[in-house]
Design a protein around this ligand. Structure first.
Ligand SMILES: Cc1cc2nc3c(=O)[nH]c(=O)nc-3n(C[C@H](O)[C@H](O)[C@H](O)COP(=O)(O)OP(=O)(O)OC[C@H]3O[C@@H](n4cnc5c(N)ncnc54)[C@H](O)[C@@H]3O)c2cc1C
Length: 381
């Protein structure tokens, strides 16, 4: 039974690794990705703040040595979900089971003025460019702003504001700088009142301006102001933006999306097309767009595929649970254990922040690289 996985990110890598672990050389798994390597989302913050180079946080697909897994580097151009046929730059792939794990693309050009007058830090290229800009920054007003919802890793803009405060402090620029954060939510982490209160206390202590319940709709590079969704303006010297997110165009063209994302059965991750699943950021399953949720969904799809292969019925269904690590700055990390989809309002419990949890987060990255790429890797300190 051939399984083709579109996208070798958090979800695709986990699924390929699980199927290889279960079926060994008998597996026939083909992950297809346009990139030559994978970078964790959180590593982009390390790159942006000069704690790591882009090369040191990239994990090469050429290192995948899982039995039964044949990685193909190519761009997916068309998907036929009825025939389960995929057209790529390297040819056409037919399969018994198709899993779409293509993530969310970011589009800086969708926000007027962002490309000309600001910077995004959600792509690796954007994080590399910001590292260079920060290196030359001599202080001033920095605005970290979200341009639309949904966006990946909802805690990331808050983490960015705190890490930026550390960074400017280390460079002796706090006296001549000012940090403001524009967020669409009323609190930093809506499902966790504990985590939100802790982050807001940290913002207050560090003098980070908190602008909740709005987005940045445009920048005016000539006047150096960010124009917000409530028609107010914030002046900036440096703008660091979370750009508009979209499902990759090929997914929409395939007729897989509704309102921009792929709807799936929230327990099985099946799309409306038989034999076609979708996991991670590309779906509208109801969890935040974060790697831990993509990974949890891959676990369920692996169980479904395994049941099909073995002719049994799958007992494992998706529970919407994930543990998110939160950077608090000063080398401290907290974690929030949160479950969505349970038929009740999600409630996340905060643990930390502490230096022990910073070590836990390192182990999280280290363990995944060991499992997915069979390689020893230490995340940036
Ligand atoms: C700054 C930042 C910090 C973050 N921190 C965290 C964190 O601490 N914890 C956490 O859990 N999550 C975090 N995230 C979010 C996390 O990175 C994503 O949610 C996660 O990677 C989603 O997994 P995925 O498998 O759905 O998609 P991705 O991991 O995005 O993988 C999608 C893959 O599809 C490929 N692709 C797309 N289009 C095509 C095409 N047409 N042809 C071929 N290949 C294609 C891409 O190259 C990519 O490799 C963070 C994100 C950012 C930006």
């Amino acid at each position: 039974m051939r399984v083709v996985i579109l996208g070798a990110g958090f979800g695709g890598l986990e699924l390929a690794t699980l199927l290889s672990g279960e079926f060994g050389a008998d597996a026939d798994v083909v992950p297809i990705d346009q990139a030559d390597g994978f970078t964790f989302g959180f590593s982009k913050l390390d790159v942006m703040f000069g704690r790591a180079t882009a090369a040191s946080v990239k994990h090469m697909y050429a290192d995948i040595a899982a039995p039964g897994v044949q990685f193909v580097q190519s761009t997916v151009r068309a998907i036929d979900p009825v025939a389960r046929r995929v057209t790529t730059d390297s040819g056409v792939f037919d399969c018994d089971i198709l899993v779409v794990a293509l993530g969310a693309d970011v589009d800086g050009s969708a926000t007027p003025g962002l490309v000309e007058g600001g910077h995004e830090f959600y792509s690796v290229a954007g994080a590399v460019a910001v590292a260079d800009v920060l290196d030359r920054f001599a202080g001033g007003r920095v605005v970290v702003g979200v341009t639309s919802t949904p966006f990946k890793c909802p805690p990331a803009p808050s983490e960015t504001a705190l890490l930026l405060h550390d960074y400017l402090g280390a460079r002796g620029l706090l006296d001549v700088s000012d940090i403001a954060l524009v967020m669409p939510f009323g609190v930093p982490i809506p499902p966790s009142p504990d985590a939100s209160a802790a982050i807001l206390a940290e913002f207050a202590e560090r003098g980070i301006g908190w602008h909740p319940g709005r987005t940045v709709r445009a920048l005016d590079p000539a006047r150096k102001v960010a124009m917000l969704s409530d028609d107010t303006e914030l002046p900036y010297d440096l703008f660091l933006g979370v750009p508009v997110h979209r499902a990759p165009a090929v997914v929409g063209a395939a007729g897989l999306t509704v309102d921009g994302w792929i709807p799936v059965d929230s327990l099985t991750l099946q799309t409306r097309f038989p034999g076609v699943y979708a996991v991670g950021d590309v779906t509208s399953v109801g969890t935040p767009k974060a790697g831990v949720f993509a990974e949890g969904q891959a676990v369920v799809v692996a169980a479904q595929i395994s049941a099909v292969v073995r002719g049994s019925s799958a007992t494992r269904t998706y529970d919407g649970r994930g543990i998110c690590y939160l950077e608090f700055g000063h080398d401290m990390v907290a974690k929030v254990d949160v479950t969505f989809l349970g038929g009740q309002a999600p409630a996340g419990v905060l643990v930390g922040p502490s230096s022990e949890l910073a070590a836990d987060k390192h182990a999280f990255g280290h363990d995944r690289v060991a499992r997915w790429f069979n390689r020893d890797w230490t995340p940036a300190p």
